[in-house]
Design a protein around this ligand. Structure first.
Ligand SMILES: *[C@@H]1O[C@H](CO)[C@@H](O)[C@H](O)[C@H]1NC(C)=O
Ligand SMILES: *[C@@H]1O[C@H](CO)[C@@H](O)[C@H](O)[C@H]1NC(C)=O
Ligand SMILES: *[C@@H]1O[C@H](CO)[C@@H](O)[C@H](O)[C@H]1NC(C)=O
Ligand SMILES: *[C@@H]1O[C@H](CO)[C@@H](O)[C@H](O)[C@H]1NC(C)=O
Ligand SMILES: *[C@@H]1O[C@H](CO)[C@@H](O)[C@H](O)[C@H]1NC(C)=O
Ligand SMILES: *[C@@H]1O[C@H](CO)[C@@H](O)[C@H](O)[C@H]1NC(C)=O
Ligand SMILES: *[C@@H]1O[C@H](CO)[C@@H](O)[C@H](O)[C@H]1NC(C)=O
Length: 469
């Protein structure tokens, strides 16, 4: 980014350099030759790019947004310069996380429990009416121990979709039925639901996806603490990675087409702010959600289409809102009193938490399917109005609630049906690695957890990309 800006100012200052810039523009059709072309500069794509760069491989990252980072978003308050993370707030407490942050010169710290909000002082409200409910959350301790005992039955799940063959019936039971079968998990269900935000209707999802997202690491870190960046500004990872990768990142760029018919290389045509570019790479890494409508222009074969076509997804929305009328230290948690474990009926607001920035609340919203952004925003505002009527939002404010940030994490949580899981979907999916010089990473191949994505990429994808044969 810095060098890009510098170039523009030089071009304006020195007419003879403008010529150089124009020549570069005319060369827009020139072929970019790289070892690896990476589609998507989110958590997995950026990690792969940094590691490949450090291993002496040439890379190019194609990213549609104007920054790297995907689900990781940090808001910096212009008045106080304080930051708050929404989206990715904490990381598993693992050496690989410390090593990666260290590589990028980013200090880390153990995340204080308050970073994730505390239930102790929370007000529980009905997700549909905003009415206060007299509710005491159960002590999740015994339930988490029972849940951890279930997790221990599937030690390979944590590192990927490495499923026993045949796939155990328990893994494809809707999670609600799984809990009914192992009722000693019950007291942990609200906790599992909250740490598994984005799963949509958690009790209806195949148990596999719950066990993947709310992993042994997560259960452990609930008690020992997570890691976060020392400044509580997780987007630093992506700012530093962008500075490191420099011109090897094409921002605001989209794939127009791919051609993977050659034996030893792939061709990718990319629409970039400086025109269409052709990339010729030995290998292609697809690090965006592998949904068919994200892969328009890709030369998918029947097998790839059949697999990716099975994914369905949820919607997860994060936002920062001011003028809520809520007292500054109040946490609001949604429930539905008539539901099992009183989990809130979605779509709806999961929770509202104060941030370090006075007057700014972090509001999370979940849906079993994706919804239009404006609809979600309208629902959040309507919920805040209900909280005024029900007397939860007591502060006098003449101003209407206002979004300071809003991010749709869509498509979120790619899943397939229980039948597909049982008939070997994930074996077939993983068998795609390396076919047609194409490799894959991202949450559909692992789960929505930065550490687990980095660790999967490190051990199961990088060795394939580094292998020159
Ligand atoms: C804001 O904080 C960052 C560190 O998080 C610091 O680098 C920057 O200089 C600060 N900006 C101002 C205007 O104080
Ligand atoms: C809330 O419920 C608890 C336990 O059921 C009860 O002791 C308490 O009085 C109730 N509080 C209100 C305000 O209704
Ligand atoms: C929970 O119940 C299962 C049987 O349903 C049992 O095997 C397990 O030991 C129990 N776990 C705990 C932590 O109580
Ligand atoms: C990281 O992945 C490797 C390979 O799958 C695995 O052996 C290791 O246990 C993983 N590390 C953690 C902490 O999950
Ligand atoms: C591709 O590789 C196969 C096996 O190595 C070889 O027989 C074939 O001629 C190659 N095709 C092209 C177009 O290079
Ligand atoms: C880029 O390629 C697309 C598809 O071939 C084409 O429609 C578009 O006009 C091209 N853009 C430029 C700036 O050449
Ligand atoms: C929240 O702030 C109000 C007013 O400053 C105070 O009376 C109340 O005790 C605080 N509540 C909590 C849970 O800290």
């Amino acid at each position: 980014m810095a060098s890009f800006l510098k170039r523009i100012s030089i071009a304006i200052g020195f007419p003879w350099l403008r010529l150089v810039a124009e020549t570069a523009n005319e060369a827009a059709d020139e072929v970019i030759i790289r070892d690896v072309a990476i589609i998507g500069g989110g958590s997995s794509g950026t990690y792969a790019a940094v590691r490949l760069h450090d291993s002496g491989k040439s890379v190019v990252v194609i990213e549609k947004e104007d920054v790297l980072g995907g689900h990781t978003q940090t808001y910096r308050d212009p008045t106080t310069n304080k930051t708050t993370d929404l989206g990715v707030v904490v990381f598993d407490n693992q050496q690989l996380v410390k090593d990666y942050l260290g590589r990028l010169d980013i200090p880390w710290k153990v995340a204080p429990p308050s970073l994730l909000g505390s239930d102790a002082d929370a007000v529980y409200v009905d997700v549909h009416t905003g009415e206060v409910i007299n509710h005491t959350a159960p002590d999740p301790g015994p339930g988490l121990a029972a849940y951890a005992a279930q997790l221990a039955k599937y030690p390979h799940l944590e590192t990927g979709f490495f499923l026993p063959d045949p796939v155990p019936e328990d893994l494809v039971l809707p999670f609600g039925d799984f809990v009914a079968k192992y009722p000693n998990i019950s007291s942990a269900v609200p906790t599992i639901f909250n740490f598994g935000q984005g799963l949509g209707d958690t009790l209806y999802q195949p148990t596999l996806y719950v066990l993947k997202l709310v992993s042994p690491d997560v259960v452990r870190d609930i008690s020992i603490g997570w890691l976060t960046t020392a400044n509580e500004a997780n987007h630093e990872i992506y700012d530093k990675a962008l500075a490191l990768l420099g011109q090897d990142v094409l921002l605001r760029s989209r794939v127009i087409s791919t051609d993977r018919s050659a034996n030893d290389s792939v061709k990718v045509v990319v629409d970039t702010p400086s025109g269409n570019k052709t990339i010729q790479a030995k290998k292609l890494l697809v690090a965006i959600p592998q949904k068919l409508d994200n892969l328009i222009g890709f030369d998918l074969d029947a097998n790839e289409k059949a697999l990716f076509g099975q994914f369905v997804h949820t919607g997860y929305y994060t936002s920062l809102v001011r003028h809520t009328g809520l007292p500054d230290n109040l946490t609001v948690i949604s429930i539905s009193p008539d539901n099992p474990s009183q989990l809130p009926q979605l779509p709806g607001v999961y929770s509202i938490s104060p941030t370090v920035i006075a007057g700014l609340f972090d509001i999370k919203y979940g849906s079993p399917t994706s919804l239009p952004d404006d609809f979600v925003k309208g629902e959040i505002i309507a919920f805040l109005r209900q909280l005024r009527q029900s007397g939860v939002a007591t502060m006098d404010t003449r101003q209407e609630p206002e979004f300071v940030q809003f991010q749709a994490h869509v498509p979120f949580e790619l899943t397939v049906s229980p039948g597909a899981i049982q008939s070997g979907f994930y074996k077939k999916l993983y068998a795609l690695q390396g076919r047609r010089n194409t490799y894959y990473t991202g949450a559909a191949f692992q789960t929505h957890n930065s550490f687990m994505l980095w660790n999967y990429t490190e051990w199961h994808v990088l060795p394939l990309l580094l292998n020159d044969s």
